[in-house]
Design a protein around this ligand. Structure first.
Ligand SMILES: Nc1nc2c(ncn2[C@@H]2O[C@H](COP(=O)(O)OP(=O)(O)OP(=O)(O)O)[C@@H](O)[C@H]2O)c(=O)[nH]1
Ligand SMILES: [Mg+2]
Length: 348
């Protein structure tokens, strides 16, 4: 699953990108491991030859937004179409070379971009409706053009009233239609207020909480502190965090928030050769989990041996959990729970 940083130029996107990728960043696209203390615990108990954490792919290759009132570049729209989520970085620190708006006002910048995403989508929907008028099949209720027209006529006034597409109730069939277009406001967004070292002088915690209560996902991060942290090794990092009264880097929270907003949960395979954390869409079946590991494993699926994470933790090891009768045999339709340890019995 992919997320891309978006925001005004000089808002600190690349700084946040480096912080989030914890020293792994090469170029402008990085697979970032998802912090997970359960995975760490399994690895330290199993001591596998290889460990493979779950990752999310973070892109810092979108065009910066270089001014209000101007349309987003075509390249930005093309690139954004390929990702599942947007991380909107909003400047909440003084930056004399920020190209416009010398005065720091993160709430204004946040709203501007939100509004511009909606307007960009409205433009696309209007253009398409205009073209559909000339379509020959649009009157045929079974046709895609007809479905599109009905859908677009429904969402147009919502966009006109400033509502993002992600806030509307959209059926899967409709979502499929919308996915053909370069729509921005349909994607989940995480807002990162990139704050000054001196703390949240320009954006209060109360304001961030208010945004979260109103359906947004927003966090504050100090990009410069976090990118320094990302370069440190474990002990220095812990000391540095403690000096700020923090227990974990804020960029961990960001990656976890991305993971959650993508609707992902994790299951584990605790192999001695390779212990792995696998991302999976919440609500997926054991068969889907098997296919995530390998298509052949799904084809030959017999049963899933499942140990819930809590049972594993209480038992101390997978063997102990099996001996204590905590392993359950489940069929293809079993819905995977976040943290399940799986072994798929299969014919291959
Ligand atoms: N004080 C302070 N400065 C920051 C922070 N984050 C970024 N900066 C500075 O802001 C400037 C821009 O940061 P970048 O991370 O390059 O911003 P960007 O959005 O990637 O910029 P473009 O890609 O050029 O649009 C740099 O000089 C950073 O050092 C922060 O949290 N605090
Ligand atoms: Mg940049």
């Amino acid at each position: 699953m992919k997320a891309a940083l978006i925001g005004y130029s000089q808002s600190g996107k690349t700084t946040i990108y480096r912080a989030a990728s914890r020293g792994l960043a090469k170029g402008d696209v990085t697979a970032v491991p998802v912090p997970d203390s359960r995975f760490d615990a399994i690895v330290s108990q199993v001591q596998p030859k290889k460990q493979t954490p779950a990752t999310v792919i973070i892109h810092d290759d979108l065009d910066s937004i270089s001014g209000t009132g101007r349309p987003f570049s075509q390249k930005l729209l093309d690139d954004a179409k390929k990702v599942d989520l947007l991380i909107h970085v909003v400047r909440a620190f003084e930056n004399p070379i920020a190209p416009f708006y010398a005065e720091v006002n993160p709430i204004r910048d946040h709203e501007n971009i939100e509004v511009e995403m909606v307007l960009a989508d409205l433009q696309i929907i209007e253009n398409r409706l205009e073209r559909l008028k000339r379509s020959l099949t649009v009157k045929n209720p079974g046709s895609t053009d007809y479905l599109e027209k009905v859908l677009f006529e429904r969402v147009k006034p919502e966009l006109e009233s400033g509502k993002a597409l992600r806030r509307l109730e959209i059926e899967e069939e409709e979502a499929q239609i919308l996915r053909n277009y370069q729509l921005l406001s349909i994607k989940p967004v995480i807002t990162v207020f990139n704050t000054a070292e001196s703390g949240s002088a320009f954006i209060t915690d109360a304001k961030v909480e208010e945004l979260n209560r109103n359906g947004a996902v927003a966090i504050s991060i100090c990009g410069t502190i976090e990118s320094e942290l990302a370069e440190m090794d474990g002990a220095d990092q812990a000391e540095f965090l403690a000096s700020f009264g923090l227990s974990e880097p804020a960029s961990n929270r960001l990656i976890k928030a991305v993971y959650d907003a993508l609707g992902l949960i994790t299951f584990f395979t605790a192999g001695e050769n390779d212990t792995r954390a696998w991302p999976l869409r919440a609500g997926s079946t054991a068969l889907k989990a098997a296919a995530t590991i390998h298509n052949d494993i799904a084809k030959g699926f017999i049963r899933a041996e499942v140990v819930h994470y809590q049972d594993y933790q209480e038992s101390g090891s997978l063997d102990a959990a099996y001996s204590a009768g905590k392993m359950k045999l489940e069929g293809k339709e079993y819905i995977i729970q976040d943290g399940d340890l799986l072994h798929i019995r299969n014919k291959s």
